[in-house]
Structure formats: structure tokens, C-alpha cells
Design a protein around this ligand. Structure first.
Ligand SMILES: [Zn+2]
Length: 119
């Protein structure tokens, strides 16, 4: 009976840990989606500036630069978020092509890059 309860306790704590990881993973995916939406919004703003510039209605030089800077920042955030998603899902990100690869892969199936060099 003792063993039954210790097994049960282990199963329960394992399940709690699993669901905690799942929540973390869901949160990370949602955060990454928010970042992707933010990047799209910045691209739309940049497109509007390009449109106005093409029509000669405005000189958007400074604003465009700020938007490019913001997009780069968001892309960095997204890369961090995607690395976290990969880690939570037991996967790795290929340093060469950026594809998500199974955690136990020795090579990237997309580009053949060695996954051993990635920490
Ligand atoms: Zn690759």
C-alpha cells in the first residue's frame, strides 16, 4: 500500500510538472504571437511611410529609421521567445537556418548544419 501511495504521489507530481510546463509553453507561444503581430504592425507603418514618400507628400526619413530600429528590436525579442519555445518543447533552434529541430538531432534536417555546436 505504501508503494501504491508513493507511486501515486510521483504520478501526480509528474502530471503537475507537465501541466506547468504546458502552461509555460502556451504562454511563450502567445507572447511570440504578440511579437509577430507587433512586427507586422510596424511593417504596415513602414509601408504607409513608403507610400507617402513615393507620392512626395512627406519626408519620412527619420520616422522610417525609428521603425526599422523597432522592428529589429522586436525580431530579437521574437528570436529569444522562439528559443524558449523550442527549449520548453525539448527542441533546439538551428543556428544556421533558424528551423526548429528535435532535441536529440545531431544534424539539422533542413540545412545539414551540425547541432552539436549549439549550446
Ligand atoms: Zn538548419
Amino acid at each position: 500500500m505504501e508503494k501504491f501511495f508513493s507511486d501515486l504521489r510521483q504520478t501526480v507530481s509528474g502530471a503537475v510538472k507537465k501541466s506547468g510546463e504546458l502552461i509555460e509553453l502556451t504562454k511563450a507561444k502567445m507572447a511570440a504571437n504578440d511579437t509577430k503581430t507587433a512586427i507586422k504592425n510596424e511593417f504596415v507603418k513602414l509601408g504607409e511611410l513608403a507610400y507617402l514618400a513615393a507620392k512626395g507628400e512627406e519626408n519620412p526619413a527619420t520616422d522610417a529609421e525609428a521603425l526599422v530600429y523597432k522592428i529589429d528590436e522586436l525580431k530579437e525579442t521574437l528570436a529569444e521567445q522562439e528559443a524558449k519555445i523550442a527549449e520548453l518543447g525539448g527542441k533546439k533552434i538551428c543556428a544556421d537556418c533558424g528551423k526548429m529541430v528535435a532535441g536529440d538531432s545531431a544534424f539539422c534536417p533542413a540545412c545539414g548544419n551540425s547541432m552539436e555546436s549549439v549550446d
